[in-house]
Ligand binder design. Structure first.
Ligand SMILES: C[S@@+](CC[C@H](N)C(=O)[O-])C[C@H]1O[C@@H](n2cnc3c(N)ncnc32)[C@H](O)[C@@H]1O
Length: 266
């Protein structure tokens, strides 16, 4: 289905475009993901699509190929112990440090369809609304994927999506049923600013971030790309801020501000 050269090209392409590393034995998986893209764009084979891809002229084709190979898996309050730690320790500590500035900047750096950023927004509203009443709160959520960001921005989720991670009280407090789906409360929606950002490209200037969630994305990248992104994160992160990685991720760069939250650390 996908010959050796075609597979090698796709691996190199995805690494260049998104920093994502494909394992050597994933050729079947790659072919399965690419076939619908080839069909959608009217190619009669993967080989002919790859020839076209090599010209790098068709933006929509490039985008669809990248989207098809990226994992967008996410859910509300994914790895609940992270959100317990955020609620009980990380956010109270950061808020205490910023009482004179009354500003807090939070960045979800690979937010997928928005559940992670909205989970943070829910915590801020449920637990810290009074304390942060007249504060300037920046909650930025970025991702490479235009399709994921489009869904995130609507604030609309399916029944299956809300059943993954949201308790019934939270669902009724923060969402309203809308046809066969659920619509997030407007005030929560307005708290999050979604923007497209490829972490491997040049970043726009950022305000210094107090809290960065960089979860479940570096795991798909090569060690060199991880190191590059974490080095840039060090510059963006406030000197006493906190960056949290996913549960299966760790930093090769020693930095006391970087944390992986373990269930036992509660
Ligand atoms: C597995 S999801 C993780 C989502 C969320 N952080 C979580 O933990 O539930 C990985 C996300 O990283 C995004 N991504 C992959 N490569 C990226 C890159 N180079 N720059 C920005 N986002 C990227 C994907 O589009 C996807 O939405």
């Amino acid at each position: 289905m996908l010959d050796k050269n075609g597979f090698a090209f796709i691996c190199q392409f995805l690494e260049q475009q998104a920093g994502i590393a494909i394992e050597a034995d994933q050729d079947q998986f790659v072919a399965c993901r690419l076939l619908p893209v080839a069909q959608k764009h009217g190619f009669d084979s993967l080989e002919s699509m790859i020839v076209q891809l090599q010209n790098r002229r068709e933006r929509h084709l490039i985008q669809d190929v990248i989207e098809s190979l990226i994992t967008h898996e996410t859910s509300f309050f994914r790895d609940a112990h992270y959100f317990d730690e955020l609620t009980e320790r990380i956010l109270p500590r950061l808020i205490a440090r910023r009482t004179s500035e009354r500003r807090l900047s939070i960045w979800c750096a690979a937010c997928s369809t928005g559940q992670e950023a909205y989970s943070v927004a829910m915590i801020l509203r449920e637990r810290f609304a009074q304390q942060l009443n007249d504060w300037h709160i920046e909650l930025l959520a970025t991702d490479l994927s235009e399709i994921s960001l489009q869904q995130a921005q609507t604030g609309r989720f399916t029944e299956v999506e809300v059943r993954r991670g949201l308790s019934v009280p939270r669902l009724t407090q923060h969402f309203r049923q809308d046809g066969d789906g659920w619509q997030i409360d407007d005030r929560l929606k307005r708290m999050v600013r979604f923007e497209q950002l490829n972490l491997t490209n040049v970043w726009p200037p950022f305000s210094s971030m107090d809290l960065i969630l960089l979860r479940n994305v570096l795991v798909y990248m090569s060690p060199a790309t991880r190191q590059k992104i974490l080095t840039r994160m060090q510059r963006v992160l406030h000197s006493d801020g906190c960056l949290i990685l996913g549960s299966s991720e760790s930093s090769s760069i020693p930095d006391a501000r970087f944390a992986t939250v373990r269930p036992s650390s509660k």
